[in-house]
Structure formats: structure tokens, C-alpha cells
Design a binder for this molecule. Structure first.
Ligand code: SAH
Ligand code: F3S
Length: 479
């Protein structure tokens, strides 16, 4: 999750999205979750209408926008370092450059940014991107500008994203914004506001448009996708007040998946992220019904201890989680399952940690993202619980589960040896210019000789070897 991708370092097809009449240059950089990367595409689209083309060169930018992440303290530190870098470039090379902070840090720190960081001209929260043209006009006139108002309606359903840094094959489609779950460690409900769902019609139009433009795989995005619910607009929590008609025609996540899968039967569909408490068996059954819905569920559990799960306000027990895992495996035996885990949550004892280890042993995840607890100001845990697990203990526990996950990944990856998997080619392998790299339905990376295949092809690959996370094989036919 904290993997940092500099959007401007890649982007071979970026040029295709540029408008000839646009004269000003935008350098846009994203940190954090997929939602931020998807939001940056919305921002780039709004800015294109304001006369900006994206550039990969910081030194020539008229405007730098950094889409930020607040999920852990380290993520915020990374952004602060980038701000120092922009500052240096502005001072030494490009004095006319303006800098804007977008996303979760903008929302969390608000005006503090303008006061503390003299370099920042513009602060825009995740729900205020449509206000960018007005804010920019303020900045052009030499004033600082800020909008961090969170919305109950904004879904950007009517903004057609400019695909940044695209491989032309895979794309994100955001379907919900915000989160109502209030996990006690998590800053997202504070920075991204209340949960709202996007009109399925606009989702469908985006999916169809992507297919027509040659995309072969989409990932439906939300902080908590399984909670998707469209009944004509409005917050999820107000659904109880909906009319009978609205209730009868409501679209939930299982239905949305089905609509997308049927509309584009050759397009692969993924989704992320699922909170176990909201993932229903309807969704799993819909996955089983459609070949084009990928057989992978990212199912963060955060801890294996019932006491810690409760303190985190995760609304399920470890036993209920096992039941869900068993059901997924019964309905889709080949389904890959991945995790997010936090170690060192306040009060976590060695016993609690052992429960996390034994939960991992039970599930044997395909892969996972593991973190040490980072106290976030303003969250329930931040306000009410002391961050009392020593740093060395957190680090040791983290290392233990990272090692364990590696063993499990290897076991899971090896299950594919001597089988044939369908791979969608995304890019050249980083390790060899003679090999393609793509992913299987289970989201496992697979590399194989290029032969006559090309990016965007679905290829049946005979798996002959593997590392802990990558399958190695030979293309045997287009699939
Ligand atoms: N539902 C979200 C989760 C967002 S945060 C999603 O779409 O992925 C991603 C992961 O960061 C969480 O699952 C959790 O494991 C981790 N995380 C969140 N807050 C954290 C904190 N305060 N300290 C450490 N890790 C945290
Ligand atoms: Fe955060 Fe929990 Fe929502 S981890 S994004 S509050 S599901």
C-alpha cells in the first residue's frame, strides 16, 4: 500500500492524452493507495480543461500537484521530503512554479499547510477537486487558496478521467468514496468523509468506454467496495429512509459486479478492497458465476486476536473470518486471498500476536501487506489508547509475519507449477527484455518469452518454474 510510485517516471502513452492547445504544464505525483492514483486521473482531466498538459519534468512545471497519503506517519514524512525537493527546484530553477497539496494530508492538516510550509500555494481535499479552477484563479492572482470541504454527494461520476501513466491494458474505476466503518486506527473516515456510491450508469459508461479504447482489465475501487449501494444517490447510512421504489431498484455490489461482467464479458474485472464484515456470499457467488471476474479477494483482517479486533472496531471475530474463508474456498476453490495486517496495535500482547500468526497459518494467504501500528492523530485509538507496544517489539513482530507470509506465498505460488494459467500481458518483464510480464486471474505475476505475443493479449501459459511470488512459464497459445 505504501509502495510509492512516481507517476511521472513512466507513462509512455501519456503523450496520447495531451491536448495540443494546452500551454501550461502540470507535474502531478501520487502517493498512497490506488484511490489516490485514480483521483489524480480525475484531477488531470479537470486540469486539462484549464489548459494544462502533464509533464514529466519537474523543472518545467507551472504547477506541481502532489496527491498525498496520511495512512501512516511514514507516508506523511515521504510527502514532506518531496515538498522540500519542490522547494529546492522552485528556488534554484523555476521561481514561477506553484505547488498544490491534494488528498488526505490536505484534508488532515488543512490551513496548517499554508502556514507551516511556505512553499505550498494551494490545499485541496479529496472532495473538492472540481473547485480547482476557482482555486487556481486565486493562486494566479497571488493568493493562497484552500478548499477542504468534504461532500456527501461528490463521486466525480461525471468526470471522465485522463489515464495517466497507463499501460493501455489495466485501469482503475472508482465506485465508492469515503468510508463509514470507523476502524479505530484509521484516518480515512476523517480525510475522505462519509461513504457514498457512484451511479452504476456512469460506472458502466466508463467501463464500456475503457473496453472500446482497448483496455482489458478494470479494478473497481473503493475503501470498502462491498458496501457499495446505489438507490438514486445519498449516503449509505440514509438507505433506511429510502422509498420502497428506491429499495426495490437499489444496486448492491454483487449486482454491480454482475452488470459489469455481463456488459463486457471479455474484460477482466477485479475489485479492491473488501472489509470482511461487508463481503457477502452473494458477491462470492457472483464471482463464481462469471469467468471474467478475477478469482482474487483482498480481504484485510488486521489482527487474529478477538480482543484486538474488537479494540480496532472490526465488526467480526476470528471465527467468523474463518467461516468466511471456508465459504470462499467452498464456492471458489481456486480463489486467491490476500491480507493487510497491523502488528503492535495498542495493548497487543504476545498472546494476541500468536493469534495473528495462527490465523495466518490457517488461511495461508497468497500475499499480503503488513504494517507496524502508526498512531494517527484524531482517530479513536489515537485519542483513547496509548501507543504502548515498544518499537523493537513492533519491528520484531512485523519481521516474523513478513517471513511467514513469504513461506505461505511460496506454497501458494507452487500450487500452479505444471498447470496452465491464463495471463493478461501488461508490460515487458523488468528482468528481461525478451520476456512479457502479466498477471493471472488470481493476481499472480507471470513471466514468459515474448514470442509473437503483444501487450494486451490473453495467453495460456504453461508454468514450468516459480519464485515465491512469480510464475515462470512458456506461452502455449492465445487463450
Ligand atoms: N479499506 C482500505 C484500507 C485503507 S488503509 C483499503 O482500500 O485498502 C490500507 C491498510 O493500511 C489497512 O488495511 C491497514 O492494514 C493499514 N493501516 C491503516 N491505518 C493504519 C495505521 N494507523 N497504522 C498502521 N497501518 C495502518
Ligand atoms: Fe479504514 Fe477501516 Fe475504512 S481500515 S478505510 S476505516 S474499512
Amino acid at each position: 500500500m505504501e509502495k510509492i510510485i512516481d507517476e511521472n517516471k513512466q507513462g509512455n502513452t501519456l503523450v496520447l492524452e495531451q491536448k495540443a492547445e494546452n500551454k501550461r504544464k502540470l507535474f502531478i505525483e501520487s502517493y498512497g493507495c490506488s484511490m489516490n492514483f485514480s483521483d489524480s486521473e480525475i484531477v488531470a482531466s479537470i486540469m486539462a480543461d484549464q489548459g494544462f498538459n502533464t509533464t514529466q519534468k519537474l523543472e518545467e512545471a507551472d504547477l506541481v500537484l502532489v496527491n498525498t497519503c496520511s495512512i501512516r506517519d511514514k507516508a506523511e514524512q515521504t510527502v514532506r521530503k518531496r515538498l522540500e525537493k519542490y522547494n529546492a527546484v522552485k528556488r534554484d530553477q523555476n521561481p514561477k512554479m506553484k505547488v498544490g497539496v491534494l488528498g488526505c494530508m490536505a484534508e488532515r492538516l488543512k490551513t496548517k499547510f499554508l502556514e507551516e510550509e511556505k512553499i505550498v500555494d494551494l490545499v485541496v481535499g479529496p472532495d473538492a477537486y472540481k473547485d480547482l479552477p476557482n482555486l487556481l484563479a486565486e493562486v494566479d492572482e497571488g493568493r493562497d487558496a484552500i478548499n477542504v470541504i468534504l461532500s456527501k454527494e461528490e463521486t466525480y461520476g461525471d468526470v471522465s478521467p485522463v489515464r495517466l501513466n497507463t499501460n493501455g491494458v489495466t485501469a482503475f474505476v472508482s465506485i465508492t468514496r469515503g468510508c463509514d466503518n470507523m476502524c479505530t486506527f484509521c484516518v480515512v473516515p476523517f480525510t475522505r468523509g462519509r461513504e457514498r456510491s457512484r451511479d452504476p450508469q456512469s460506472i458502466l459508461e466508463e467501463v464500456n468506454d475503457l473496453w472500446e479504447r482497448g483496455y482489458k482489465e478494470i479494478t473497481l475501487l473503493g475503501q470498502n467496495v462491498d458496501s457499495y449501494l446505489w438507490y438514486g444517490g445519498g449516503l449509505k447510512k440514509d438507505f433506511v429512509k429510502a422509498t420502497d421504489m428506491q429499495k426495490a431498484t437499489a444496486v448492491d455490489f454483487a449486482k454491480l459486479l454482475e452488470i459489469c461482467a455481463k456488459a463486457q464479458p471479455k474484460m477482466r474485472i477485479r475489485f479492491s478492497t473488501s472489509n470482511p464484515q461487508d463481503l457477502t456470499l452473494d458477491v462470492v457467488e457472483t464471482m463464481a458465476k462469471f469467468d471474467n471476474i478475477c478469482k482474487h479477494i483482498h480481504l484485510p483482517v488486521q489482527s487474529g486476536s478477538n480482543r484486538i479486533l474488537k479494540a480496532m472496531n472490526r465488526l467480526h471475530t476470528r471465527e467468523e473470518y474463518f467461516e468466511l474463508i471456508d465459504n470462499i474456498r467452498r464456492i471458489i476453490p481456486e480463489c486467491a486471498i490476500s491480507q493487510d495486517m497491523i502488528v503492535g496495535f495498542p495493548t497487543e500482547t504476545e498472546e494476541d500476536f500468536k493469534d495473528t500468526v495462527s490465523l495466518m497459518e490457517y488461511v495461508k494467504y497468497n500475499f499480503g501487506y503488513m504494517f507496524t501500528y502508526s498512531e494517527r492523530p484524531g482517530t479513536m485509538a489515537g485519542r483513547n489508547m496509548e501507543d504502548d507496544v515498544p518499537e523493537e517489539t513492533k519491528k520484531r513482530r512485523l519481521q516474523d509475519i513478513v517471513d511467514l507470509q513469504r513461506i505461505h506465498s511460496e506454497i501458494r505460488t507452487k500450487e500452479h507449477l505444471n498447470t496452465v494459467v491464463e495471463v493478461l500481458i501488461e508490460k515487458e518483464s523488468k528482468k528481461s527484455p525478451d520476456q512479457w510480464s502479466g498477471r493471472t486471474s488470481q493476481n499472480i505475476v507471470c513471466v514468459f518469452p515474448k514470442a509473437d505475443y503483444k501487450i494486451g493479449d490473453f495467453v495460456n501459459v504453461n508454468v514450468t518454474d516459480c519464485t515465491s511470488a512469480t510464475l515462470i512459464g512458456e506461452g502455449i497459445s492465445p487463450s
